[in-house]
Design a protein around this ligand. Structure first.
Ligand code: ASP
Length: 586
């Protein structure tokens, strides 16, 4: 047996026991004639001691040890003279009788401790060393735990885990496909799934009425923000259900995960908000409702007073930033510059300070009396001490900018505590999005999403304004300003599916070529069905109180989509290219 205990296990009650431990050397310290060694494994750290009067060969071996050497040690558990209350094993140490060096190690390029001195790039290159660090081990342990919880929950509700293929044909999630050339079928390509969407629907046609899968999905997108080219979804589908059934089932799943993994109770039932409400009040379809500071339209109060900028705007909206009326000129200039950055895109910013002495100071004093500004403040429920920030322009665009500003101000005020969880459902999405640029409709979710039954007349209408009004039978699960999941009740009837392709401008032939198999399947008794998918990496990160998903993936890619550890993507040799019937043009 390599070890009798792990490095996180022994306590004062074990004093006097003879034990064998195995692990990595985190640190060696010499003190007088004694040598102290911190031995680490994924369960913790135990202090080892080689006494000054230990056999010479043992003292000698101890003096050769370096960081990350792999050891097997034998010794006796003894009470420490100076205890360390910060470590679970801090009351004891192991008085060593022998050290067996199982493997030597080169000096690692960064410290392998709770906090490290290694930069991101070097840690990515030596990911297996970074993974030895406790924060990453905790992250992966949480991921494992959550996967276990959700499997248990879904299994106990009759869901079957069924794998679907990776070498498929393009799926309609709206991103670019990764493709794989087929050697056996020259000139043709598989696409890697952006999601198992079509397969899970075919499983419903096949009668497997409760399906799930923890599955890798692939999307060839520019890796802005916190995205990975391959990521994991908790993908689910159910038959004979309506929206209500799906929401209940999966908020139950999230509730169980919150309770069992974090000991956190989330509201029962979860709040729901319509997409229109979310846009009007938060300027976002994934509102962070951990704090208020809602957006209010103030157009009717400020238009027609001679301030041309507002007069000519389609929409004027404001947020009231609590307790921030004491912002200095410099701070206000800085926020103004901030909203003008291309990422936010506002043209300018108007402020109104509701000073705590009751006076009002604004950047538009020339055009509005204090009474008028007070009326604006009252209309949005702002009070003395608050700072109003006002933007104007096109309605949705301005709401969106106010939403971004709101989240920024919430962050600056410390209102976005990662340990506070405010989940909710967003429902009643528009089914279509009109693109001015392309002069056509796009599916807001994907082309298998069903319209609300009460909007079917509009769905079959030829008028653009009718189609714009159609709501989807779709829903998103949002947590702390992040969309964690989403799905819909699907179309299960071939005619309705054909109409969808028609509205999206997907011609008969193209629809047949891309999705003929599913239209065909719908002719053979497709049951009503619906489902959703959660982004598992992001679920893990948010449960762990972090914003980035990278720590929750054992071997992630960097911002350029590269794995710098294995150096991929990389070139392949000419013979491989030839076999694949591929020539590199540049
Ligand atoms: N396939 C969808 C997605 O990846 C989720 C769903 O509709 O179930 O976003």
């Amino acid at each position: 047996m390599y070890r009798t205990h792990t490095c996180g296990e022994l306590r004062i009650a074990d004093s006097g026991r003879s034990v064998t431990l195995a692990g990595w050397v985190q640190k060696v310290r010499k003190l007088g004639g004694m040598t102290f060694i911190d031995l680490r494994d994924r369960y913790g750290i135990t202090q080892l001691v080689v006494e000054a009067d230990a056999p010479a060969s043992l003292v000698e071996t101890a003096s050769t040890l370096g960081r990350e050497y792999v050891l097997q040690v034998e010794g006796e558990v003894v009470e420490r003279a100076s205890k360390n209350s910060k470590m679970p094993t801090g009351d004891i140490e192991i008085k060593l009788a022998s050290i067996n060096i199982l493997n030597k190690a080169d000096t690692p390029p960064f410290t392998i401790e709770e906090d490290t001195d290694g930069g991101e790039d070097i840690r990515a290159r030596y990911r297996y060393l970074d993974l030895r660090r406790p924060p990453l081990q905790r992250a992966l342990a949480l991921r494992h735990r959550l996967a276990h919880e959700l499997r248990n929950y879904l299994d106990s509700h009759g869901f079957m885990e069924i794998e679907t293929p990776y070498l498929i044909k393009s799926t309609p999630e709206g991103a670019r496909d990764f493709v794989v050339p087929s050697r056996m079928n020259p000139g043709t390509f598989y696409a890697l799934p952006q999601s198992p969407q079509t397969f899970k629907q075919l499983l419903m046609v096949a009668g497997y009425d409760r399906y799930f899968q923890i599955v890798r999905c692939f999307r060839d997108e520019d890796l802005r923000a916190d995205r990975q080219p391959e990521f994991t979804q908790i993908d689910c589908e159910m038959s004979f259900v309506e929206q209500e059934d799906v929401l209940n089932m999966f908020e139950g799943m999230m509730r169980t995960m919150f309770k069992n993994a974090l000991g956190v109770d989330i509201p029962d039932p979860l709040p729901r908000m319509s997409w229109y409400d979310a846009m009007d009040r938060y300027g976002s379809d994934k509102p962070d409702v951990r704090f208020g500071m809602e957006i209010h339209e103030i157009s009717s109060l400020v238009k027609g007073c001679g301030f041309g900028v507002f007069d000519s705007a389609a929409y004027v909206g404001a947020i009231a930033v609590p307790g921030s009326a004491d912002y200095t000129r410099k701070q206000l200039d800085e926020i103004t510059e901030w909203v003008k950055r291309p990422q936010v895109g506002a043209k300018g910013l108007v402020y109104v300070k509701l000073n705590s002495d009751g006076s009002i100071k604004s950047s538009v004093d020339k055009f509005y009396s204090p009474e008028q500004l007070k009326a604006v403040a009252d209309s949005i429920g702002a009070s003395a001490g608050d700072l109003l920030l006002i933007l104007c322009g096109d309605k949705r665009k301005t709401q969106n900018q106010l939403g971004v500003l709101r989240v920024e101000m919430g962050g600056r005020l410390g209102l976005r505590d990662p340990k506070v969880f405010a989940p909710l459902w967003i429902v009643d999405f528009p089914l279509f999005e009109w693109s001015e640029e392309d002069g056509r409709f796009y599916a807001m979710h994907h082309p298998f999403t069903a319209p609300k039954p009460e909007h079917l007349d509009w769905y079959y209408s030829d008028k653009k304004e009718d189609l714009e009004r159609v709501c989807a039978n779709a829903y998103d699960f949002v947590l702390n300003g992040t969309e964690l999941g989403g799905g819909s009740i699907r179309i299960h009837n071939a005619d309705m599916q054909k109409r969808m392709f028609e509205i999206l401008g997907i011609g008969k032939e193209e629809a047949e070529y891309k999705f003929g198999f599913i239209i065909n399947a719908f002719k053979f008794g497709a049951p009503p069905h619906g489902g959703l998918a959660f982004g598992f990496d992001r679920v893990c990160a948010l449960f762990g109180g972090q914003e980035t998903i990278r720590d929750y993936i054992a071997f992630p890619k960097n911002n350029q989509g590269r794995d710098v550890m294995i150096d991929s993507p990389s070139q392949i040799d000419d013979i491989q290219l030839e076999e694949l019937h591929i020539a590199i043009s540049k």
